[in-house]
Every structure is written in structure tokens, then in C-alpha cells.
Design a protein around this ligand. Sequence first.
Ligand code: NAP
Length: 307
Amino acid sequence: MREVIIIGSGPAGFTAGIYTARAGLKPLLIASSVEPGGELMKTTEVENYPGFPTGLQGPELMAAFQEQAERFGTEVLLDDVIEVSLKGDIKIVKTGGGETFEAKTVILATGAAYRELGLPKEKEFSGYGVSWCATCDGFFFREKTIAVIGGGDSAMEEAIFLTRFASKVYLIHRRESFKASKIMQDRALNNPKIEVIWNTEVAELLGETRLTGIKMRDTVTGSEKDLELDGLFIAIGNDPRVWLVENQVELTAERFIQVEGRSSKTSIPGVFAAGDVIDPTYRQAITAAGSGCVAALDAEQYLQDVN
Ligand code: NAP
């Protein structure tokens, strides 16, 4: 029987690993069978993580998180959790690799996943002109014309990054003001390769076997117009990954895991949650890391009480 199992390997998961390992709890951290590290593995330069004044690459930061967690004895398992049973005193965690683990506490740090537009052909064109990850796919659009959808920090970041490759980047937003922070907006608006198309949504993805363009709809007048494109990057936010636990722990109206006040305590004793999966507001690497620390301390306190 484990003292603590951590599910997720972003900043929240690894920070929970560092703290619970240092507390002597020998945590098992189930990372992912594909790529541990969470969403930061898909970013490039991280400029705002305190302690790194000249910035560093997202994957580099996550490798450091993992190294630090392992240094104190966190066991990292590259597997996917496919089922959990959380209600009893003994929590059961099953993986895609066929293993079953038991633990007294579980920390849920499963993060959030890219949101889709919900249009026909969107999935079919994924990898064929439609992408959710500029750092993964930007390279394929050298000297091409592309568009980024969204008005938040992610859309600004993706659009700015893509100007390294593309000859032209349209930034298409459904309203007439951005949601992004001022510094990111200014960078996008001052970039000569970026042209903003306001009050516009994507009505249709055009193309037979790959994306060749989009049909745009004016959100004010309703008028439609086609735009030829080589690529489309969707950056319209994320949805918390709760499918594993949605029938067990309480969720908020927005479908984040509900926690008690400023703690990480979920509706089930011994089950804690941290990072983007509980956070509709801040969603930064540093806030996720802080939240992972909170979950570790809460789990430690719980174990002191029950042991
Ligand atoms: P976000 O802040 O939720 O922004 C999503 C954007 O997409 C909004 O502008 C929204 O429009 C638009 N949108 C949502 N659904 C849409 C749809 N179906 N069709 C068209 N547009 C749609 O998400 P995010 O940009 O991914 O950022 C998430 C969090 O991470 C934020 O807290 C952000 O600050 C943070 N972040 C920070 C950085 C950084 O600091 N460098 C970088 C990336 C992300 P409306 O504005 O009309 O709602």
C-alpha cells in the first residue's frame, strides 16, 4: 500500500512529488505513457517563471522539475491511469499497462486539454493543416499563410511564435477586444506579420483531404467570406481533464474539480487536487506549482491524522 499516488506530471504533479518525497512519503507519480511534463512540453520560451531571469524552454523546465522530484525519491511511472476508485479509505488506481495500485491518498493533477471548435472535419484535418500546437507544427508552415483562432494569451503566444516561420499570420477573434494580457496583446499587435481580424468566427473548414482555407462569419453582421489558408492553429482555451473522476468527486459548474476554500481537499477524504484541473482563473506554471505544494502539505496532514 502506497502513502500517496500522484496522477499527472505537469508543474502541479511534480511539485507535489518534490514535497511528499521530502516528507518521506515515497510517492508514486503516474506521468503519462506518451510524454511526461504536461502542457509546458508544448511551449517554447518560458519567460515568467520566477528564478529564471533570462527564461528557459518549457521542456527544459519540466525536465528540471522531474529531476528534482526524483532526487528525493519520487517514483515516476510512464503509464496512463485508466480507472480509479476513490471513495473508500483505500484508493485504487489502475493503469493502461495493466497494473493496479493501492494508496491512502491520491493527488489529482491531470491538468487541462486543448479545446476544439467543434466543426466538421476538425479532427480529420488534425495534422493536415489544423493544429493545436505551434511549437510542434509551426516548422511545417515556412513561408506559408496561416491563421490563429482565439483572443487569449495562448492565441497571442502562438501567433507571435508562428511569425518565425509563416509569411503571414491572421489572428482571428470573435469579439473586438482581446482577453489576453496587455504585454502579449501589444507584442501581437505590433508584429508586422500579424493581421487581426476582429468580430469573426470560423463557420466551416474548407478542403478535401487537407485544410485549404476557412469560411469566416462576421459575428456582428452574420456575413460570410472565404479565406485561403495553408494552416489553422486553434488556441481557444482548455478544458479540465476530469473524465477519470467526474462520477466520484464533486465538480464546479464549469467542470473543474471542486476544492475546499484555499486548500486542495476534494469532496472525498484523502483525495486532493491541484493545478489546472482546479483552476479556471490563473492557470500559470507558477500557480500550478504552488497548488501542487498545497496538495502535498494537505496529503501529509491527512496521513498524520489517519496513520
Ligand atoms: P483563455 O484565456 O480562456 O482564452 C480563450 C480565448 O479563446 C478567448 O479569447 C475566447 O474568446 C476564445 N474562444 C473560446 N472559445 C471559442 C470558440 N469556440 N470560438 C472562438 N473563440 C473562442 O485561454 P488561453 O489563451 O488558452 O489561456 C489560458 C490561461 O493560460 C490564461 O490564464 C492565460 O493567461 C494563461 N496563459 C498565459 C501565458 C503567458 O503568460 N505567457 C501563455 C498562455 C496562456 P472570448 O475572449 O470571447 O471569451
